[in-house]
Design a protein around this ligand. Sequence first.
Ligand SMILES: NC(=O)c1ccc[n+]([C@@H]2O[C@H](COP(=O)([O-])OP(=O)(O)OC[C@H]3O[C@@H](n4cnc5c(N)ncnc54)[C@H](OP(=O)(O)O)[C@@H]3O)[C@@H](O)[C@H]2O)c1
Length: 282
Amino acid sequence: MKNIAIIGATGMLGAPVAKQLLVDGYNVRVLSRNPQKARQTLGEKFQYAKADIFDVHSLKAALHDIDAVHLNLSGQSKKTYYANHVVGTQNVVEALRDQPDTLISMISNASAYPEFSSRWDNRYKWEGEQILKQSGHPYLAFLPSWFLESIPLFIQKDNLVQIGASKREIPWIAAADYAKEVSKAYQDSKCRNQRLTIYGPHALPMRAVLEKYAQQHDLALKSMPAWLANLLSWVIRDESLRDITDLLTHYEKHGEKRGAHSICTQTNVDQWILESSISATQ
Ligand SMILES: NC(=O)c1ccc[n+]([C@@H]2O[C@H](COP(=O)([O-])OP(=O)(O)OC[C@H]3O[C@@H](n4cnc5c(N)ncnc54)[C@H](OP(=O)(O)O)[C@@H]3O)[C@@H](O)[C@H]2O)c1
């Protein structure tokens, strides 16, 4: 296997995977709705192709000579989770109809199980995986826990804002470690048709991690009850805030699971926070 395409390589969790695969010797093609912008972000070492998951022709053209494709898609609402994970996955399978040996992998999450499907994200990630399973293609689904890279998303001006109770322990994972595990799975030809849970070595509640991050980055730590964040999301019409509030509330209640194939990564919370402050000063 030599040629890998990534849909969503410009995303927060697609970029580290694209970079790791490049380091590990693969030719990596970035499929983006805006390849010029993607090139500005990711640089000259990648191939670029214009493609949209809702346009099967564009996918077909961009994937015609590819050995594997990794899907790094997200969403913010019932509609967008369904569109990206279910319709998008169907379209990728359709575009690869004449290339049945092409490996298809996707980022899912460690809560993507039918019993947690009261949250749309989990439900449609699970359905996306079923489409891959039934496609006959070799497939991989990566089920990471929470990424430490999400923490800066809670910064509002000079404040770090904790939404909801968030007392449940989370086995935080660093995106660079996740990317290494994706690449390792690609390199191991026996590792196919599996769901791989990926989690970090240090389980801490959200509050404890936010306290550490706030201290390291000189931010004030504030709290906002989930009901207020939800109300605010409606007032300011912010789907992302509504979705993250729902995610936090759901996770607090239900948590996540470790499947049959689970991988513990290396970077712990303190190391990652220290590295994040070093890279912020560079
Ligand atoms: N944050 C966490 O802690 C965590 C934990 C577990 C799992 N996850 C999952 O990780 C996934 C990826 O998250 P992320 O933060 O990397 O997402 P992101 O930053 O929002 O990136 C989404 C990517 O999707 C691409 N995209 C969107 N619509 C497209 C379309 N119509 N056609 C082609 N490409 C399209 C975008 O590429 P272009 O704009 O270049 O086209 C972008 O690169 C999510 O599903 C999330 O649930 C996150």
